[in-house]
Design a protein around this ligand. Sequence first.
Ligand SMILES: Nc1ncnc2c1ncn2[C@@H]1O[C@H](COP(=O)(O)OP(=O)(O)OP(=O)(O)O)[C@@H](O)[C@H]1O
Length: 265
Amino acid sequence: MSRDAVLSISELHISIGRPLVTGISLDLYPGRVTGLAGESGSGKTLTSMAVLGLLPRGARVTGSIRCGDTELVGADRRTLSAVRGRRVAMVFQDPSASLHPQLSVGVQLTDHVRRHLGLSRRAARQRAVELLERVQVPEPEAALARYPHQFSGGQRQRIAIAIALACDPEVLLADEPTTALDVTVQAGILQLLHQLAEERQLAVLLVTHDLGVMSAIADEVAVMRAGVIVERAPRAALFSAPQHPYTRQLLAALPGSRLEEEPDV
Ligand SMILES: Nc1ncnc2c1ncn2[C@@H]1O[C@H](COP(=O)(O)OP(=O)(O)OP(=O)(O)O)[C@@H](O)[C@H]1O
């Protein structure tokens, strides 16, 4: 495990009938956003699901995923559930997937905190208000009594982020966190993730097919294709001097890209 990495993926192989992820290594660091980019089907989601031990039945996994001293590949259910939600949290593309439609926001936020941290009802409620304030949900006290459908998509994603942060995780896996949102609200959510990484020294893995999203906040970007990481570089280097033809192709597909005109990408 590299020094200072809070989560270290090493030589990860995943197969479900056939090899789907082949030999991925990736380290996540406190306070940094690491991007995992690549087109649909390249294995990004399987990689993040492997971290949480949430791969489909029948998946074969080898290699190592270490969170501190804890090995997650092959870990038993008890070990995984102690890590999941507590040390490693996740936000998904569709916030509705992480929010229960029939429970108030307050119940969802306080349940989580009470279960994992053993806080009293009152302390949990106080923490829930602070979290909603931090993710900039307006009128947090009143928001606790409301239900997910009473919020806009962007606000729902903010609430899902608040729930993810409730137990002060070390790692946040964000899988296409803005893909389902209007362009106008995407930037605000990305900005929030970036600020949270910095101020909480959170290690963020940002999974997205959209290099435009990546360019907004990732400190380092790994580009994945057909189960393999083909290139990794600090954000500025990747965007200004992409080395791999596939990275150049992805960049060329961005709207307004100067690479669009280049003939051989
Ligand atoms: N349960 C499964 N059984 C068999 N193959 C699967 C399963 N889940 C995913 N795959 C395959 O694994 C490959 C990688 O999928 P994955 O979801 O990780 O890609 P991705 O890069 O995250 O793409 P997307 O952005 O579309 O989710 C794809 O070829 C997909 O068809």
